[in-house]
Design a binder for this molecule. Structure first.
Ligand SMILES: Cc1cc2nc3c(=O)[nH]c(=O)nc-3n(C[C@H](O)[C@H](O)[C@H](O)COP(=O)(O)O)c2cc1C
Length: 226
């Protein structure tokens, strides 16, 4: 029998999820990963196009990918299929800075420690040692709404994963090297690399997993009319 969903249960799931940056090496089965993907597929998309496509790595293939991308990010030029933000300004700059310092504090990176912050940033390209990576693409012709649909899918994937006891982190940083990912996986030109999601079992003791990001107050994000 299907349980009737309620907001309290959903809220508990939303609060349990966070971006995980420290994983255990344990591999998940294709069956387990498939059940997460299938749950996430229930999100809405414009015209039900479901533009997401995932290339999912496991085992030695994840290690081959992290070695390749770390090297590419160290030596090659940034070339994202989806434009990165031009600027974080105002509250967006403040929020970005706040969460960045929350992470750095846990990792022992102090203000002015450029080497330390670069070291933390470069962990993106090793996928924070996650055992699995999903590289998620959209159809180029669907444009920004295809990317929007993929965004909804990514959120649902992370929530479905959490509900299955699997930790995850969406990552735009690796998509900064879309061309290299395209080459590595032979992704056709008509598809754009939107982002990656690294996932696996959470290392509860990893310092990067010891903080939780904050959220804006309701009145900062809603204008009530009427
Ligand atoms: C589209 C998207 C891209 C992201 N890219 C990165 C990334 O490249 N590296 C990273 O460490 N975190 C990345 N994150 C994770 C965010 O930093 C994180 O979601 C945010 O700080 C809120 O924290 P929480 O996920 O723990 O609630 C990304 C999240 C989203 C939704």
């Amino acid at each position: 029998m299907t349980q009737k969903p309620d907001l309290a249960g959903f809220d508990a799931l939303l609060r349990a999820r966070h971006s995980c940056r420290g994983f255990l090496p344990d591999q998940l089965t294709h069956e387990m990963i498939g059940s997460i993907v299938q749950a996430a597929q229930r999100v809405p998309s414009w015209c039900n196009a479901q533009p997401w496509h995932l290339t999912i790595t496991s085992g030695a293939e994840t290690d081959r990918l992290r070695d390749f991308l770390f090297q590419a990010a160290s030596e090659e030029k940034h070339n994202a299929d989806v434009d990165f933000p031009e600027e974080y300004r105002g509250v967006y700059k403040d929020r970005r800075s706040e969460v960045g310092w929350q992470l750095y504090e846990q990792m022992g990176v102090v203000k002015g420690d450029r080497q330390g912050s670069a070291r933390e940033m470069m962990k993106n390209f090793r996928f924070f040692d996650a055992p699995h990576v999903a590289v998620i693409t959209s159809d180029r012709a669907l444009g920004p709404y295809g990317v929007l649909d993929v965004g909804g899918f990514v959120t649902a994937f992370c929530l479905a994963a959490e509900a299955a006891g699997v930790a995850s982190i969406p990552q735009a940083a690796p998509a900064g090297f879309s061309g290299q990912l395209r080459r590595f996986f032979n992704i056709p030109q008509e598809r754009i690399v939107v982002c990656c999601v690294s996932f696996g079992l959470r290392d509860e003791n990893h310092p990067s997993n010891q903080f939780r990001s904050n959220r804006a107050k309701l009145d900062e994000i809603v204008d009530w009319r009427g």
